[in-house]
Design a protein around this ligand. Sequence first.
Ligand code: PLP
Length: 624
Amino acid sequence: SELYGVEKWANEFFSISDEGDMQVHLQDGDSEQAVSLPEIVQGARDRGLEMPLLLRFPDLLTARIKKINEAFHEAIHDCDYRGHYRGVYPIKVNQQQQVIEEVTEFGRHYHYGLEAGSKPELLTALAYMHDPKAYIICNGYKDKEFIDLALRGQMLGLQIVLVIEMPGELDLILQRAALMNLRPLLGVRVKLCTCNDSHWSHSSGENSVFGLTPNQVLDVVDKLRSSEMLDCLQLMHYHQGSQVPDIRAIREAAVEATRIYCELSKEGAAMGLLDIGGGLGIDYDGTRSKSSSSRNYGIREYAADIVDVIKTVCDEANEPHPNIISESGRAIAAYYSVLIFNILDINQSNSHLREIETIEPNSHNYLSKLESVIHDLNDDNAQECYNDAVYYRSELLSLFHHGNVSLRERAQSDRLFHRILAQLREKIDQLDDLPDDLIELTQKKRDVYYGNFSLFQSLPDTWAIDQLFPVMPIHRLDEQPTNEAIIADITCDCDGRIDKFLINGEQQNALPVHYPKDGQDYMLGVFLVGAYQETLGDLHNLMGDTNVVSIGSQNGRIKYQRELSGDSVADVLSYVEYDPKHVFERFLRLAERSVEDGKISAQERKKIIDEYRESIAGYTYFES
Ligand code: PLP
């Protein structure tokens, strides 16, 4: 477990069993049950759900909602804070119906609300969030329809806050509210000066595209005052960006924000709500550091620091403590899903090193010279042998370009060269003073394991922002891995690969893996993919959504719920504006012409057509 850092990133939700299986810890009645992931996968396959498979664990989602609420309640209690905590879940982080249903049902106990950043999200929030004590926070660009929907929700008894993100929004909101004879619940999103080092730091700071400058905030205040509507302004919001790695930046932003909040209150705005946005980070790499895949604080420290800062600044300004709203999404949803895929094939970089080479008598004599380097290599001539190998190989390559060396000879020169490198690697491991040219050789050659998944569909942040997710085998963890590999997906795009892993607490460019056993699938899991990955994924190479199943535990047995079959080829084709029926008919025409031309028989046509029909109705990934 230390190799893959499970104890560091798993947050006690995952562990390795004595049998070497990865297991997830679920709630079973009043007790906790460890459930083997390979067993879950086998049960899903028995039910017809093949890999790649996305496993969802609602228990982990609810555990995180509980955790953040309890962390804030504890902090509020510990420092005698006189406001409440009312979190909201940002729908965009994982919009799946099941997530919103779980969040609103389980969250009701804490009056946990929703954040909506668009019209479709607000429509969803109105359908699912019926707790009059929870908030629905409306961020994002708002048109007339968006504003009307929010105001209608307010008429129905919900606490919906329209957060002004752009100066022009206020007039429209006041106009629509006047037509409905309503006093709207208003917030302002402010731009803070405080910046941070996260991937998403551009969503904060003076140059962010969202939010109002202090000048613009004062314009809003003045306009509301002159319209006798200043009592409508109750909330101040800021968002520092997602995955903020450093608690200091969080504290600094909270100080600046609370100062502005107090000033708004002094200006005569009703206030009462301070919305600190998202940003609460997840420890993807288990380092608990300021690295971009981690953070140097935990959820309790986060809550304690926020509450402490707001209390201190408000007390100094003699202002009442506001109710605190946070919009944490990643920290709530990340643990919820795990992607499981099987390895389809391996490109073994070192396989040829084991074979004995015979140099054909009429081969180019540089091949024999390369081979003799292998025999000459000793402890004292590593650099010299390396130089010779590079020279002969590049000469052979240039001879190939001029037509003086065959493709077979060129291939043999590659094999000999890599064999020399492998021997050099073994030698230089024992050298103290390594020549610069040879340092690169200390990096082992890695195999390529081809995984049955699409990075662009299932792990888009790996590609888009170099995000590091925990990746590891989900079985055979009681066996020492004997191989090292990078993971390539099946999109045939050179970017479709994972080549950054956290191994033994350090970032490495290869994953320790086992050689697959005959007749047994070798399965890898990518963990902590519940936030942002599902809906940011795209249809690169027309690979669609994976199969999905939600897992619980009941009376010691695995409970499979909400099975969702992944996209079929026909589904994916229709997303890119093909009519699958039309596609089929076009292929039919080709097959019929081939019968007419005598290329195939009518019976062969039937077989080919049946196979095509079956493929178009089937899964976009490899099926075993
Ligand atoms: N609130 C707003 C306004 C956001 O833009 C985001 C996403 O970046 C969030 C909340 C959620 O942030 P996080 O997932 O870091 O908690």
